[in-house]
Write a protein that binds this ligand. Structure first.
Ligand code: ADP
Ligand code: LRH
Length: 501
């Protein structure tokens, strides 16, 4: 027999999916297992509209609705659904409850120069201490400041700001809410006061009324509104606020054995971090440019955003434009055939954030740093994967200095762990074990918070045990220490030429 099912929507920057989660009943002889079933999957392709890059928001809403309908059509009876997504992005709602404009993509170039300008305006140290966040050009604060500086009339008529999962939930339930973990990605939330940073909002010229007081993961937002339930031909199931920032949902599903563990959420982005009971906002953390993001269950996640597999995705897309279509499996195979340790990039150089052609950008970088320029496809992939693995080592070691903890190994979760070569390289680069799994960590963390909210699970810890029982881990033990240590020195000497922390 099965317990009640829940539906999780995980909206990634490259694709979105709906997964159904059910816990098989547990008794003394056989503890319950989590069964996940893929209901729906769709590509998430941004749209360049004139000068700006936008999300195809109506399409995303349509795909979520479609996912709810498909779950019921397949005979499932989820009692609730929840949405998690990438951080920082938002839509503005006017006083009639309508969306103003098309939500911007965080890679839109309007934020150029905004970090510097905003820091000059309000103070960098102060902004870090109050928000706890790494300075990334796309943080909501810089997106909004770009709108202010361009005198966008949209802010004048805005009544509420809704972050992506809240925006989708609004169209499904009619309820305007603000979920805590997403709120902490804005850099406008005061992480030690535990509320919107009113003074900062005032200094910037943003209306306090735009921002809704956050609710904690696990809170019921409402139900599908009647019109939507009718449109889809489904019951008015509950909408739950989970850790609606995808990174935070993924952390809930990390099958760790202790409270102090290091993880890498590996998707479009690579988020390398560790969980803490309190934010760490001293000056070294600012120096190292780490974030303290709000997590589920009163945690804070000390982590660093690393550019991640976006770099590979963009090369793949570029090759496709040139008529060369490869699967990820093929790309990995080509990499293995290419000469190792030939050239390295600094993945977090901002030039890789949104270049017109990623392959050109990598070539330029190698030229400028007097390295061999990748020629073959395999050489590009090799360069990207090895540079990422070395960057992970570098960030892990810096994190150990900040927390004063030692981590025996690294838990890797997310779509990127399907790249076994990357997992192996990461273990080798670090000289430590990698435990990889589960792939669908964000969706699973999303489900766990729903199960805790509806009483199917007693608490988070029960959820973690469930994940451990249900999803086997892949172990990668480090090898070739000498080669990788030499590569790390080489990588550091090349990347030291950039100013990026
Ligand atoms: P997001 O949630 O940010 O959209 P995912 O967690 O789905 O990202 O991870 C996407 C990444 O996973 C891709 O960039 C790709 O590099 C990697 N990936 C996906 N499928 C495979 C595969 N079959 N083999 C190797 N890597 C894969
Ligand atoms: C990963 C992620 C990350 C954010 C970025 C915008 O999907 O949520 O945590 O910084 O997207």
């Amino acid at each position: 027999s099965k317990s009640s099912a829940v539906l999780a929507f995980d909206m990634g920057a490259s694709s979105g999916r709906a997964l159904l989660g059910e816990i098989t009943s547990s008794d003394h002889d056989s503890p319950g297992m989590l069964k996940i079933t893929e209901i729906h999957r769709f590509a998430n392709i941004p749209v360049q509209m004139g000068e700006h890059l936008h999300w195809n928001f109506p399409m995303l809403l349509q795909e979520v609705k479609h996912g709810i309908r498909k779950a019921f059509q397949a005979g499932h009876q989820p009692v609730s659904y929840a949405i998690d997504s990438w951080g920082v992005d938002y839509g503005l709602i006017d006083c009639n409850g309508e969306l103003i404009g098309v939500p911007y993509h965080y890679r839109d170039l309007r934020t150029e120069g905004m970090v510097k300008e905003t820091c000059e305006q309000v103070g960098k140290e102060r902004l870090f201490q109050e928000s706890g966040l790494q300075f990334m050009p796309f943080n909501t604060i810089f997106q909004l400041n770009a709108m202010l500086k361009s005198q966008s009339p949209m802010l004048d008529i805005a009544d509420k700001l809704l972050l992506t999962p809240d925006l989708l939930n609004y169209y499904l339930t009619g309820v305007q809410a603000c979920e805590f973990t997403m709120a902490t990605t804005t850099q406008l939330y005061h992480v030690t006061d535990g509320q919107w940073n009113e003074k900062l909002l005032e200094e910037l010229g943003l209306a306090r009324a735009l921002f809704i007081d956050p609710i904690q993961p696990g809170t019921v937002i409402g139900k599908l509104q009647d019109s939507v339930a009718q449109e889809l031909g489904v019951p008015a199931i509950e909408a739950i606020a989970v850790a609606s920032h995808d990174t935070e949902s993924a952390v809930v599903a990390v099958p760790a054995n202790s409270v102090q563990f290091a993880y890498l959420v590996c998707g479009t982005w690579s988020l390398l971090g560790t969980e803490l009971p309190e934010p760490l906002v001293h000056m070294e953390v600012l120096e190292e440019d780490f974030s303290n993001e709000g997590g589920a269950y009163e945690t804070f996640q000390l982590l660093k955003n690393i550019m991640g597999l976006w770099i590979l995705q963009e090369c793949k897309r570029q090759w496709e434009i040139q008529g060369l279509t490869y699967s990820y499996a093929e790309l990995v195979e080509l990499a293995q055939e290419a000469e190792p340790f030939r050239s390295f990039i600094h993945p977090d150089d901002l030039r890789f954030m949104n270049p017109a052609d990623m392959t050109v950008e990598i070539r330029e970088y190698c030229k400028e740093t007097s390295q061999p320029v990748p020629q073959s496809t395999g050489e590009f992939v090799q360069c990207i994967l090895q540079s990422l693995a070395l960057r992970y080592r570098e960030v892990l070691e810096r994190m150990e200095i900040l927390t004063g903890c030692h981590y025996d190994g690294l838990h890797m979760v997310g779509g990127g762990i399907q790249n076994e070569l990357l997992c192996r390289y990461t273990a080798n680069a670090m000289g430590r074990t990698v435990w990889a799994g589960p792939v669908e960590a964000s969706a699973i963390g999303n489900m766990l918070v729903q199960f805790v909210a509806n009483g199917t699970l007693r608490n988070r810890e029960e959820g973690v045990e469930l994940v451990k029982r249900s999803f086997p881990l892949a172990w990668y033990e480090p090898a070739s220490a000498e080669d990788w240590n030499a590569a790390f020195s080489h990588y550091k000497s090349i990347t030291a030429q950039q100013q990026v922390k």
